[in-house]
Design a protein around this ligand. Structure first.
Ligand code: ADP
Ligand code: MG
Length: 206
């Protein structure tokens, strides 16, 4: 797997389109345990990313990833904007020192650490980290395997489902206490949508 700026541009396009298409679902999930804005937040952010696609395609990969991060910080809003923004800013920063595909888990891990630091959160609290952390573990455990993409996809799906029985202890859903149980976390779902889009883009199937 090589990741040229132009490949990244097409991945960003697929990811943005799929997030935008999933906005109604993300909104419905956030209506159940939040304030119902996650779909519109993400849609606004990824429309802004799409509008910068040409610039993203012309930048070196590390810069392009940071441009995505900066755009999300500025446009998504809510709790998720700074969190997703931090992910891409830190991953971009890591990429300026690392190489792909060898260091994929390390680069992804830098993004996960940034979310965790920014959100003062960790896996098990019913947030996007409940997808990002298991996927990081899959990347670490299966580096270089031919079925890595398939494993990432399966991990993300299983991880989203596992957020339903959790009680939220971070973010808006935590205000509901035990009433947050029984619902999928919206940010976990949007992380899954993003990861699926990247997997699909890397397989060249889209
Ligand atoms: P808001 O909660 O401000 O309305 P969004 O609805 O856009 O923002 O995003 C909500 C999602 O953000 C949650 O479903 C959760 O996955 C994620 N989130 C919220 N707080 C945190 C946190 N402290 N750490 C990690 N993720 C968080
Ligand atoms: Mg919300």
């Amino acid at each position: 797997m090589t990741l040229q700026p132009d490949t990244f541009k097409s991945l960003v396009k697929v990811a943005a389109e799929q997030v935008i298409a999933s906005a109604p679902e993300l909104t419905a999930l956030d209506q159940a345990i939040g304030d119902g804005d996650h779909g519109t937040n993400m849609k606004r952010g990824f429309e802004a990313v799409l509008s910068k696609l040409d610039a993203i395609g012309s930048q070196p990969l590390a810069e392009a990833v940071k441009t995505v991060g900066r755009t999300l910080v500025m446009t998504v809003g809510g709790a998720s904007g700074p969190l997703y923004g931090s992910f891409f800013l830190a991953a971009g920063e890591a990429l300026s020192r690392k190489t792909l595909p060898e260091d994929l888990a390390e680069v992804f891990g830098s993004g996960v650490d940034a979310v965790s630091a920014r959100g003062r959160s960790q896996a098990g609290e019913k947030t996007m980290l409940d997808v990002l952390v298991p996927v990081l573990e899959t990347l670490r455990a299966n580096a270089g395997r031919a079925d890595l993409i398939e494993r990432v996809r399966a991990t993300a799906n299983e991880a989203v489902a596992r957020t339903a029985p959790m009680q939220a202890t971070r973010g808006r859903a935590s205000f509901l206490g035990p009433r947050s149980v029984g619902h999928i976390d919206p940010g976990a779902r949007s992380s899954c949508v993003l990861l699926h889009a990247v997997c699909e883009g890397l397989e060249g199937k889209q």
